[in-house]
Every structure is written in C-alpha cells, then in structure tokens.
Design a protein around this ligand. Structure first.
Ligand code: SF4
Length: 421
C-alpha cells in the first residue's frame, strides 16, 4: 500500500461467495474489470480467499474478497469453508454467485449450501445480493427467471433476497450489479469519527508520537496519519511532538489545546507533563471507540485485577507483521501484567485473520489497536467474547489501567467511567 492509498480497514469490504463453479471468480473479474483471480474450468480452483484493494465505481475505495467455494468436501474443503466463514466476519456487502443455468434443473430453487450462506448473511446483518450468473445460458421464460421475476437486467426481489441476472461472460447487467453493490454499501455507516466530534473548528490538538526503534522508517503509523487527517477535517489544527517535547511545547503555547492524544507507551510521562485541566487520551482509546468496542474494552480491563496464577490470557494482533507493534504484545504486556497482578498467568498469542471461536479457556482477551482490521471484524471478535462472557480489552486501555491513568484518559467520555466500578 502506498501512503496515498485509503487504508484497507477503511475500505468497504465486498465479499464474493458461492458454490464451486458458480462462476464466482469470473464474476469478480467482470465486476472489477481485472484478472483478480485465476479462473478455471476445474471445480474449486480458488483455494484461499484472494483480496485486492481498488476503486470500484460508483462506490469508491473497496476491498474485493473472492472466497473459496463453500460446498467443498473433505479435509481441504473444510479448511476452505472455514476461511470463507472468516471472511464473512469482515464483509460489509456480500455477493452470492449462483449458477443460473444449474438452477434451471431445480425450478429456480437454491442449493442447501447457498441457503446456508443466506442464513449467515442475515444472521450477521450483512447486506447482500444474489447474482444469478451465466444468464447467457438461459432460455427466455426459463424456470430460474420465472422464479425470480421478469427477465430483465434490473434487480428483483425473491424469497431468498434481492437478486439480479448477470453474465460474467457477456458483461450483461454487470453495471447494474455494481450499482446495487454501491447502494447496499451506502446503507452502512463508514464515516470515520476519530476525534472530529470531540473538537470544534479553530481548536488545536497535540499529538504525542514517540519515534523509537519500533516506529517504521520514514513515515508515521496509520493511526497517527488518520488522526491528523480527522483533526484537519474538523477544521481544527494538529501539532505533533515527541514525548519529551510536550512539556515545553505546552508551556510555550499561548492557548490550551482542546485535547492531547498520546501513544499508549508514553502514557505515564505524557500524563505527568499534561496539566490536569487539559483532556488527555490515547490513540488506542480513540480507535477502540472508532471500532465500536470502547465500552466493552473498559469493562473488560477490570478482569486484570482478578487474574490468578495459571489463568490463561489470549493476546491477539490484527496483522502478521509486527513491525508497528514491535514486541508490545509478546514481551512487554506479559511482563507488565505479571508485575501489576503479582501473579503468574499463562499467555497465548494469535495474529492476522486467526481468532479462535472457542474462547472458554481464557480469562481475558487482550487485543491490539486493530488498525488493520475493519469495524465489522472487530465487532465480530468483541461479540464472540461477549457471547461467551469473556472479558475483552485492548493494549492501550490495559496499559492505561496498569499505569493508573485510565480514568483520566476517559475524561471526555464520562459515561464510560461507570464501567470501571
Ligand atoms: S498488530 Fe494491530 S495495532 Fe499493530 S499494526 Fe497490526 S493491526 Fe495495527
């Protein structure tokens, strides 16, 4: 990704699902206008989800995800199905590719696995459209078309949901399918709210960003870039300093900042150097709010005060490259937790798209800032923990709690202080 690209987590995630050989991969290529995937006549060519960031008109920046066929059999098939289900957890809009010619033989009825997919879309509140592909193979007045409605390019409403007849081969109704995807995406709220609703035009915000060995060479990390952008979009001004420059900067400014936002690792020093009447928070807290799990994270962090010897804590990182987060999750947090609790818990670690469905072995799930994960994926992980009654929090909130400054860093969200009781 270049610095000018929309971050992946902020793109509308469009997942393509379907049975093997429904022409799903050809459909993806027709919609994107690119050879995103290998198309083969052999069933089940797509073995792993394939994703690509792109601009999809009339929608804008999207992440297209092509998933393996859902009806695969055997051990490899089960693995593909599990991966397709994982993709569902981050899908904002789903396209179900159905072989229109095949449904000719079933009187327009969908197969069991297709119905199962639709049930999952509904259960997870994912807006979807059924794309009856290979419509070029259908005769006028065919059973499939009659089942779904009149033979035309416009979308139709069926018992199974909104549907459209398309042909990846001829390009028929592909434009209309894209318009439908865009319309479904617009029903979702993708607007960023990092600090924009916490400051007024004319305010200024001080951002504290240590530049240490963990910082990537030559650039700011994503949460910092996004926060600066959001401050500017609110017609406020952003000043960026290293942690040791903060005290002097605040003393020299003629006006109090509306807010100081710091990297969690510099919390203790920044809290000491920021006068008590200036609101202070962290990038982690702002991004937990953005991803919709701040309240749960604040509630969850109190579990740290009840950890016993041998309790298991799951530490999750949202990506597999650890450059941005260095050893916070794997080394520092375990050490700080042991110091804070005086106990000797066990730690387990996951990274990237992996997230265990069964959280029952754990007393607490501690998640990274999730800058690479979209809101829907984080909601899934949070709900997974909530459903199993497992406390769930994130690095920054845990660090603030351990350092005794969580209450202060939640000062602009007074409703959340009750969660700490
Ligand atoms: S580990 Fe988490 S917070 Fe760190 S870069 Fe990856 S997704 Fe972002």
């Amino acid at each position: 990704m270049s610095m000018n690209d929309t971050p992946q987590a902020n793109r509308v995630h469009i997942g393509f699902f379907g049975r093997r050989n429904a022409g799903k991969s050809s459909l993806v290529n027709a919609v994107t206008g690119q050879d995103l995937v290998i198309v083969s006549e052999i069933k089940g060519t797509t073995t792993d989800p394939v994703s690509k960031s792109m601009e999809l008109l009339p929608l804008g920046p999207v992440l297209i995800i092509d998933t393996p066929g859902i009806d695969d059999e055997g051990a490899l098939g089960e693995q593909r199905i599990r991966k397709a289900r994982q993709v569902l957890n981050k899908t904002d809009v789903a396209v179900l590719a159905v072989d229109a010619a095949e449904t000719e033989h079933t009187g327009g009825e969908l197969s069991g696995s297709e119905k199962e997919l639709i049930a999952l879309f509904r259960e997870k509140n994912i807006p979807y459209i059924i794309a009856y592909n290979k419509s070029d193979l259908l005769a006028a007045g065919s059973a499939s078309r009659d089942k779904a409605g009149p033979a035309q390019a416009n979308p139709v409403t069926t018992d199974a949901g909104p549907a459209i007849f398309v042909s990846a081969k001829t390009g028929a109704a592909i434009r209309e399918l894209k318009e439908q995807i865009a319309a479904l995406a617009k029903t979702e709220d993708f607007k960023l709210r990092i600090v924009g609703d916490l400051v007024k035009p004319g305010d200024f915000v001080v951002l504290v960003t240590p530049i240490d060995s963990a910082a990537p060479k030559g650039r700011m990390i994503l949460p910092q870039q996004q926060t600066i952008r959001d401050v500017l979009e609110a017609d406020a001004a952003a000043m960026v300093v290293k942690e040791f420059q903060l005290k002097e900067t605040l003393e020299q400014l003629g006006k109090k900042p509306a807010l100081v936002v710091t990297d969690s690792q510099a919390f203790a020093r920044v809290s000491a150097d920021t006068p008590p009447d200036i609101p202070l928070t962290s990038f982690s807290i702002l991004f937990a709010r953005l991803k919709g799990f701040l309240a749960a994270a604040v509630r969850g962090v109190t579990a740290l005060d009840h950890i016993e010897d041998g309790d298991k804590i799951l530490i999750c990182e949202g990506c597999t490259h650890h450059r941005q987060c260095d050893d916070i999750g794997t080394v520092k947090l375990p050490r700080w937790i042991k110091q804070h609790t005086g106990k000797n818990p066990e730690f387990a670690f996951t990274s990237g798209g992996e997230f265990p469905g069964d959280l029952s072995p754990y007393k607490l799930v501690l998640h990274c800032g999730a800058c690479m994960l979209n809101e829907r994926e984080m909601k899934y992980r949070r709900d997974c923990a909530a459903d199993q009654n497992i406390p769930f929090t994130n690095y920054g909130i845990a660090i603030a709690h351990i350092q005794g400054i969580l209450k202060r860093s939640l000062g602009m969200f007074p409703g959340l202080l009750n969660e700490l009781q």
